[in-house]
Ligand binder design. Sequence first.
Ligand code: NAD
Ligand code: IPM
Ligand code: MN
Length: 353
Amino acid sequence: MTTLKVAVIPGDGIGWEVVPEGLKVLEAVGRKHGLDYAFTEYDWGCERFHKTGRLMPEDGLERLKESDAIFLGAVGFPGVPDHVSLWGLLIPIRREMHQYVNLRPVRMMKGMKCPLANRGPEDIDFWVIRENNEGEYSEIGGRLNRGTDREMAIQETVMTRHGTDRIMRYAFDLCRRVGKQKVTSATKSNGIIHTMPFWDERFEAIAAEYPDLKTDKYHIDILTAHFVLHPDWFDVVVGSNLFGDILSDLGPAVAGSIGIAPSANINPEGDYPSMFEPVHGSAPDIAGKGIANPIGQIWSGAMMLEHLGHQAAADDIVKAIETVLEGAGPKTPDIGGQATTKDLGDAIVEALK
Ligand code: NAD
Ligand code: IPM
Ligand code: MN
């Protein structure tokens, strides 16, 4: 029996509703595949901030380092400004653990309704690889002269050769590993943004190391249009922190629902734990109603097991999700049904049997 040490952070809002479903499915697949877990649950998030003034304790990051992986719901809720909650929990984890790859599959599952006319699962199956540690999300910047007519806000983008090359290499390696042919770069080098011609140069340099793979690049504005008009063009798309963030909401929306999209914040070297969380946030508009779609969380659990080397168990979870989506079973409102979060989670556990 293998025991996996997993730090669990439900976080905020629907995180508390979807994480229990994710754990339930991990337990069920574990029983089948001889996996055992030592879950440590942390109540870190906005409520804790209201009580203590901190989203996580001072030694929070140190505690997380003791785990094999981190399973996160979502962070951020009205009542605490997002820049406080995100810099207080989510972003420090991604950075301190060197989770510089944000791996976000975009796949239209069978049984999902596509918002695009005449498109099906065979057309929408690609990966967004998002740079997760630098870029537009830098700590450099600030606000000056608040409340005056001289008020200003500044944000610096930081792209290093080290940080850019490693995310691009990850994208090319992934492309080979999953048997795809083409890596697309999300750029914006036609304007006056200093960083993007640099991004293009590094993309060309890294592409030269992979002569067996095809490449192309689009400026981010037209790329968003192509996601909608030609989702079948893409295999692996690599983007900066902000561009990747935007593309990884657009992709799942095109594939049917943001509620089912998973993501992995990967530390490829394995010197710190990686973190697995859905693409979506805390959904304050539906929090507490018990109707959030748990599939993004559950599928993130599959990505966690795959990362930890348990491919068969991971595949089993994805298969169970597909079975439920294709069948006549319970569906949450975002995918056209009336079921609760728990009904859908139960159906996936049932499909695993
Ligand atoms: P959101 O993803 O929380 O919600 C956007 C819309 O999608 C809402 O209408 C919501 O109801 C719906 N939705 C999201 N997840 C769903 C699910 N599982 N099932 C059904 N419907 C779902 O994005 P937002 O409203 O921009 O952000 C809300 C809060 O979450 C903010 O504080 C934001 O900063 C935070 N956030 C956190 C993360 C994260 O922790 N990784 C990601 C995105 C947003
Ligand atoms: C995501 C989220 C976060 C991000 C926010 C909440 C900071 O949108 O995980 O996609 O931009 O990385
Ligand atoms: Mn996002």
